[in-house]
Design a protein around this ligand. Structure first.
Ligand code: PRX
Length: 655
């Protein structure tokens, strides 16, 4: 018996894995669900997709999933090359579709997909879609911070803008393999800059434009870019952030360490700040608007090997130094496009909005590449979700008729506190599929998201993945199977998750332990920039033979996966990874702080908050001012402002 898309009143509280009952293994159990014999007893846990949604879905049943999943793990070469063939390859890959050594005991860790294949991800996002008739389709709807300030761009227009910038970058000496640092807010120029780099084979390194000068300098020093792309300022909510000044300090700091960047291309973000007010370093700084428009609107593509680097993205680890996660071209392209298509059940008529900033992996894979590879229309939002009021998201959803809305639990929880009335005054009837990412979504937030935002109509794709994985790893496929609030459900095609105990032994069936993956998938990162050894020790040495995610996880008797959070020295605050060591080193840089130890604490809205134990220098009295200045030292060394998944806080909650 199938229920409609409504949650049952008797939903069991599955807040913690300890409450889950025991039972059989994963796929076997899913088979049982298919056969229907588990439904009577499990009904209360399960939220079924509607017949209408299921019938039209790319994967319309557990059987269909099982067929595809089995093929993807038993014949990965066949499965992925069939999908890869839908893209444009200048030259096809070699005989071996993939090559992997996943076991440190057998030598160097190595992952390659489609090696020898020559392609270009920018070509596949733009030219290929234009050639298939999507030139006049809207690629990007841009919504500014101020309601009423907006614009849009078709695929044809986007290609022209990308080509102009690509030509400029070539002109100032950026070649294939060179790094370009992008420090921009959510303007259309951000995806344009990423695509322009990809077009000419340059490696982009987007730094979240909320990071401090120090964090930016650290990244500049590590990847030594030829060009830094930024803008003078941005308005978020009622605040103005002067990004160019942050870049100036970062460039000064990196120059003092011997890393000199020749060009700082600066976009004049007129609505936030006029050109004339911007501090300028002659010879180095160039106004985007002064030069880019003079360049031709076509630009030859640099064909690159599937294994040539596409981008670097820094992420926090358990030591103070951020890790430069490196993704390559071909596998990442195939993987982000495929995961986007299936996990959101994407249809050409969809309007898609992901609230993440391109400064994070979510913005790379699911604002820029995944959607554009599918020829989708993407909403890019510059502002804050509580400005001018807390209904802004639904105002945007109604304005653009957004059908797929992808966000983070922390935003869901903050909106939930504001009350249903801010949601119900908007129609939201265009919504079809919802998505969640970045941290575990607690069942009560899941239900609110489902019942209030989605009017109990829209399935939620709770996508578990990481900067390192490039794309979704464990995720619902809307329409394929019933959901359980708070569970990321089942592995994506080609992903073989395993749960291991502390000795690294795989545990079967219903269990909890450390989440690992046992073989490579096309979107996997290939190394850490300049430190392959750290790549091997961090991810492949804890449990030899496996990729270790750093997350704890349990599997219930139906085989559903439940992510429980980090098990290493990483704290997840509002979906953002923060290394405890990073915070500790910031604290001890304070002249009055002798020692520091940092842990995560549960936080009602942010998932986790940061709690610091400090030993103060002998003779210094503890005071509230000292506490505040310790907080400031942490804030200044890492974040200039706190945006990311666009979290806001109006009241003090908890600690
Ligand atoms: O702990 C997991 C959590 O976020 C971590 C990855 O963070 P980052 O590399 O910044 O990427 C965030 C966006 C993919 C993971 O190790 N995480 C991410 N998604 C989920 C999650 N935890 C539970 N459920 C999720 N859906």
């Amino acid at each position: 018996p199938r229920k409609n898309l409504t949650t049952s009143n008797h939903l069991r509280h599955v807040e913690s894995m300890a409450h889950l009952p025991s039972g059989a293994g994963r796929i076997t159990r899913l088979n049982a669900l298919i056969l229907g014999d588990a439904l009577a007893s499990e009904e209360d846990d399960l939220v079924f997709p509607s017949e209408v949604l299921s019938t039209q879905a790319h994967v319309s049943s557990p059987q269909k999933y099982l067929e595809m999943y089995q093929r993807s793990v038993h014949d990965p070469s066949g499965f992925w090359s069939d999908i890869a063939s839908e893209f444009y390859w200048r030259e096809k890959w070699g005989q071996q579709v993939y090559h992997e050594n996943f076991d440190v005991r057998k030598g160097k860790i190595k992952i390659e997909w489609f090696k020898g294949g020559m392609t270009n991800i920018c070509y596949n996002c733009l030219d290929r879609n234009i050639e298939s008739g999507k030139g006049d389709k809207t690629a990007i709807y841009w919504e500014g911070n101020e309601p009423g300030l907006d614009s849009s761009m078709t695929y044809n227009q986007l290609l022209a803008r990308v080509c102009q910038l690509a030509n400029y970058l070539k002109d100032v000496g950026v070649h294939k393999g060179d790094a370009v640092v992008i420090y921009l807010p959510m303007l259309m120029e951000l995806p344009i800059a990423m695509l322009a780099c990809a077009r000419i084979g340059a490696i982009h390194s987007v730094v979240f434009a909320g990071f401090s000068a120090e964090s930016l300098a650290q990244r500049i020093i590590d990847c030594r870019p030829k060009v830094v792309i930024t803008c003078n300022a941005v308005r978020r909510g009622s605040k103005i952030i002067y990004l160019k000044e942050i870049v100036d300090s970062a460039l000064l700091e990196s120059a003092q360490k011997g890393i000199v960047t020749d060009v700082c291309l600066t976009y004049e973000n007129e609505s936030a700040m006029k050109k004339e007010m911007t501090k300028w370093t002659k010879g180095r700084d160039i106004w985007w608007q002064d030069v880019i428009l003079k360049y031709p609107v076509t630009c030859d593509v640099e064909w690159v090997d599937a294994e040539d680097p596409l981008f670097l993205l820094y992420t926090s680890g358990s030591t103070g130094k951020p890790k430069g996660v490196l993704h390559t071209t071909g596998g990442y392209m195939v993987y982000t496009a495929t995961t986007f298509k299936y996990a959101f059940d994407y249809k050409p008529t969809d309007i898609y909005w992901c609230t993440a900033d391109c400064g994070w992996i979510t913005g790379h894979s699911y604002v820029t590449y995944g959607p554009l590879l599918n020829g989708a229309t993407v909403v890019v939002f510059e502002g804050a979700p509580n400005y001018p009021d807390v209904g802004r998201c639904w105002d945007i959803v109604d304005k653009y008729k957004v059908s797929i809305f992808y966000t983070a639990p922390t935003l869901v929880r903050s909106l939930m506190r504001e009350g249903d009335e801010h949601v119900s005054r908007y129609s939201r009837k265009s919504l079809r599929v919802l998505g969640s990412v970045g941290e575990p979504i607690n069942p009560s937030a899941w239900r609110w998201f489902f019942n209030v935002i989605g009017d109990a109509r829209c399935p939620i794709s709770d996508t578990w993945w990481q900067t390192e994985t490039g794309g979704f790893m464990i995720t619902p496929l809307p329409g394929a199977w019933p959901q359980k609030p708070g569970s990321a459900t089942f592995p994506f095609f080609g992903v073989q998750p395993v749960i291991v105990d502390e000795k690294g032994v795989e545990i079967e069936g219903e269990c909890s332990g450390y989440l690992c993956v046992k073989s490579s998938w096309p979107g996997a990162f290939r190394t850490l920039h300049g430190d392959h050894e750290r790549y091997e020790t961090t991810y492949f040495s804890a449990f030899p033979g496996y990729y270790f995610s750093g997350d704890g996880c349990s599997r219930d008797k139906d085989g559903y996966y439940w992510l429980t959070g980090r098990v290493d020295d990483v704290i997840n605050v509002s979906g953002h990874r923060i290394g405890t060591a990073e915070v500790e080193s910031a604290l001890v840089s304070h002249p009055q702080c002798a020692e520091a130890a940092v842990v995560g604490v549960e936080h009602e809205v942010k998932g986790q908050g940061i709690y610091a134990f400090v030993t103060i220098v002998e003779g210094v009295p503890y005071s509230d001012d000292l506490r505040k200045s310790l907080v400031m030292v942490v804030r200044n060394q890492r974040l200039t402002r706190y945006i990311g998944h666009q979290v806001f806080q109006r009241r003090e909650v908890g600690k």
